[in-house]
Design a binder for this molecule. Structure first.
Ligand SMILES: [Cu+2]
Length: 159
């Protein structure tokens, strides 16, 4: 009875999905610390140095987490650019990564010489004073949209 089979399979898939959901819920609410176990994220010091020529740009920002649980930056997208990827810098190279960690009670810093965002495929050529929306998606903290200013190449936050 093929119909029976399919139903059984669908049932199994549903059970798996429900189990996965239950694990997610346990993960978000677990840890026994109540509110302190959550993540509390904010984004600061975001900027994009004006890209030269080909329009490939780096993006820098700091994600602060004042919550008691660690999180991960999983994805960044933008309505104004085709591609935003996460890059980790090592001594001599850089490498695209699937996620970047946001420690509990700490911060994820994307800064010159270190981890950064790579922004490509601008909808329109960026100019000084423009702002590009970046939508940062976190494993636990949802999605945070930031308006990131395009700054001179020599810009440093706080200077
Ligand atoms: Cu890079």
């Amino acid at each position: 009875m093929p119909g029976f089979r399919r139903t059984a399979l669908a049932g199994a898939a549903l059970a798996t999905a429900l189990t996965a959901g239950a694990i997610l819920v346990a993960c978000g609410g677990g840890g026994g610390g109540g509110a302190a176990a959550g993540v509390k994220l904010s984004v600061a010091d975001s900027y994009i140095p004006l890209p030269a020529g080909d329009g490939m740009a780096a993006g820098y920002l700091t994600v602060r987490n004042t919550g008691g649980a660690a999180d991960k930056l999983l994805k960044v997208s933008s309505p104004g650019a085709q591609s935003v990827t996460l890059h980790r810098s090592t001594d001599t190279t850089m490498q695209e990564v699937d996620s970047l960690p946001v420690p509990a009670g700490g911060s994820l810093e994307l800064a010159r010489g270190g981890n950064h965002l790579m922004i490509m495929g601008w909808a329109k050529p960026p100019a000084l004073g423009d702002k590009l929306e970046l939508d940062l998606t976190f494993q636990h903290g949802g999605t945070i949209a930031v308006q990131v200013p395009v700054e001179p190449l020599t810009y440093r936050p706080g200077s």
